[in-house]
Write a protein that binds this ligand. Sequence first.
Ligand SMILES: *[C@@H]1O[C@H](CO)[C@@H](O)[C@H](O)[C@H]1NC(C)=O
Ligand SMILES: *[C@@H]1O[C@H](CO)[C@@H](O)[C@H](O)[C@H]1NC(C)=O
Ligand SMILES: *[C@@H]1O[C@H](CO)[C@@H](O)[C@H](O)[C@H]1NC(C)=O
Ligand SMILES: *[C@@H]1O[C@H](CO)[C@@H](O)[C@H](O)[C@H]1NC(C)=O
Length: 765
Amino acid sequence: MKMDVGFLLVAVILLCSGASTKGDSFTINVNTNGSYSIAVQGNVWLQSAPTFVRVNKQVFSTADGSLKLLETTGTSGSDFIGKWQATNFLYQASTCRFLASIYVYTPDPSIFSYNNPPEQFLLFKQTYLTQTNATQAPSVDETIAGFPGFVVEEATAPLGYMSYGGDMYGDSSKAFGQFGPKMKITSGIRSGPLAIFDRVKTANTLILSPASTFMAANLWYQTSSTGNNLYWGIMGGVSDITPGFETSTILFYSNQGINKGFVSWGQILQKMYERDNSFVKSDFTNNYLGYWTDNGAYYYYNTEPQKNYQDTILDLAIAIKETGIPFRYLQFDSWWYYKGVGDGVKTWESTPEVFPNGMQWLYNKTGLPISAHNRYWASDTTYAKQNGGKYAFLVENNKALPIDQTFWDDLISNGRKWGLLTYEQDWLNVEFADVPSLTYDAYLGEMWLNQMGRGAAKNGVTIQYCMANSRHLLQGISIPTVTQARASGDYHPGTQQWRIGVTSVFARAIGIAPFKDNFWTTTVQPGSPYKGAQEPYTELNAVVATLSTGPVGPSDMIGKFNKTIIMKSVNSDGLILKPSRPATAIDNMIRRLAWDDFEGPDGEVWSTYSDFGGNNKYGIVLAADLQGSYNMTPCMAGFQGFPNSMVFSAKDPNKVQLLTDPQPLLLSGCTMVDFCLYYVSPVIPFGGHQVLIQGELDKWVPMSPQRVVDITVDSSDIIVRIAGASNEQVFFWFNTDGVSQRVGCFVDETGFTSISYEQMGCPEA
Ligand SMILES: *[C@@H]1O[C@H](CO)[C@@H](O)[C@H](O)[C@H]1NC(C)=O
Ligand SMILES: *[C@@H]1O[C@H](CO)[C@@H](O)[C@H](O)[C@H]1NC(C)=O
Ligand SMILES: *[C@@H]1O[C@H](CO)[C@@H](O)[C@H](O)[C@H]1NC(C)=O
Ligand SMILES: *[C@@H]1O[C@H](CO)[C@@H](O)[C@H](O)[C@H]1NC(C)=O
């Protein structure tokens, strides 16, 4: 990160009285004695907790004066994020010096995609100025210093919280509730970003998370008899700190609600680390239909009767050809490689029992590239020098950690020979927690993920994270080959892991696509490994996967593919017809999760859209497992700034209604089997009529940027230019004054055609 211009290089102004900086409805009050508070709309939301630093196995804190404030200074400057003003508290603990700084940033508006971008955000920075030893906390889940810190107390006006935590993108231990002493925030190495919000119409929202040294940073939720505090800092296992070491925490305020707050927070972090989104955009497995064999899949540690995996895969390849379903790659899960101590991976090569003729032979036969699973390394891995291998590894407990760039380069390069496209690194949380050095060393975790990322980049391979904590994903912002990550627990037919709408808020913000995992498209599949489990929600799983913008991966047994369902996600080449950004839980759904009595939907209500620039914005609303009904305005859906639009149900495109704040959409009867799917199209006044482009209604996303390349409206015609597979037949709907009409067109050999509303056809063809 390039933010630190160096506080010593700029003018130092001694602050003699309290400094206060006002943003729109957001104020930080900083006192020269080291305390600070955050106010929103004039109400104090957060009051600082004592700053502390651990040195020589002791805690030095401002609470008892053992952490001595030597000097408070003011500095200012600017960098590629924006202009900043900082207050710096210079502390002394024993013989060590520690700087705690509060940077008030006025970010460059070009960072943000929204109008009225946030005027300010805060960066809390810790800098160790001297060698500081024996800093370890009693637990890795604590922090070795606490700054910023906030007292957890009931605010005068009730505040809610949402905290990400645990694995699967911070999904597994996410929590919601009223901000206060009874919170259930996940603390320590499994912690994640925290949002705090109020109950007003458009939620005022604060978002707090680490802003650097992501693999080493913790949120510590300190609970004690004398009171509870929230602290950010370096994880408790780290013991010796070298001079100049820095870590920082971002506090972002949004007056545009939770979803938009996260987007802007994510845009700042993406800017800080110059995230390159080109890998996500071009990623083959994010863009094309794949066939999956991971947990929940029919062929997860399960082959056809009396056949090995090789013959099962060959049969699958034949079935794929025969059905004409455009699966473009195969995912091989943990069943294919050698296991060692503690069930870790010993050698990442196929066993002769699984593929007697080898991976390359199989790849040559099927022609289908591979997304390949991997897990934590076993202590007896054959790659480690300790075991006679070629590469440097740390071997600790029963696990191993590669610490050698050439290892990753070679491993992934070798995979290219058998069709490796996406390297799936699973068990990230377990590798992190079980290799002690990863929690003792402030740099090792980052090095591990960076080496993996570079190895992939050198070979044109992308990476999927699985069982990743929030720290892995935040680190992934600076690793462009990390393009996708699992966002909920493992799939099993009939279970509820499709509920990724809340986690997708985080995923959308940082630009690493959320993955729903595999799913069945046929309810009953005899002989599966799941003891007669059934999937009653085939369509719901398919629509969720498609709206995620991550991989779409059915996992049916041969003969049980439902082609009708699968083809609703893709074009005839297998290109996923997805929206512009992941579908996310609407703000009021999140607030209803925090407060039972909040007037939000009691169930899943998500929204997304396709944005073709200008007024060409096409919304999508998905509601499922919704108790009772819910009236949703365009603002609640996050459709502020959309043009005059109408909404209609996927089931009945003839029944259109205006969607405005006074005329909301009534969502009711939205179950998991019979979910509600609505589309929103701008009203186009044309020849005295009201025309809607409804798009390809036989797909989940009727107006996808993967299909529609241009929309031209003038007084003579409405022309929609589309892309597709050569000779693909595409059906497209227009609605005139409430009546829908279907046009069928063939894409030409170059992969394009234009659909004319006036002619209800494709004049070029
Ligand atoms: C610091 O100053 C503020 C404002 O004067 C005061 O409210 C607070 O109690 C002081 N804190 C300490 C630890 O002295
Ligand atoms: C701190 O630890 C470092 C590295 O472990 C060591 O070289 C140094 O002597 C120690 N310094 C003090 C003051 O104990
Ligand atoms: C696979 O095909 C490649 C390219 O044609 C060839 O070089 C290689 O020998 C084949 N491998 C196997 C195991 O058949
Ligand atoms: C495929 O799914 C659709 C939609 O759920 C259903 O109507 C149809 O009967 C299914 N087809 C088969 C062959 O099961």
